[in-house]
Design a protein around this ligand. Structure first.
Ligand code: ZN
Length: 64
């Protein structure tokens, strides 16, 4: 099996911007288990999915 881009997420690592702990994530998205830091969603390596892919589309803000 080859790992072509766009099929499976890559495991990536960085240092937590808040406490410096090494944090592992998927495709550039991180959440630190030590201090709760998370990087911005737009820092990920992949293009973000559109709103129409959300299960709550087209009214994600309306309850029920
Ligand atoms: Zn941290």
């Amino acid at each position: 099996m080859s790992s072509e881009a766009g099929t499976t997420p890559d495991i990536t690592r960085t240092d937590c911007a808040q406490c410096g702990t090494e944090v592992h994530g998927l495709d550039g998205r991180y959440a630190c288990g030590g201090c709760g830091w998370v990087n911005h969603y737009s820092d990920g390596h992949n293009e973000l999915p559109g709103a129409e892919t959300d299960v709550d589309y087209p009214n994600p803000l309306l309850p029920g």
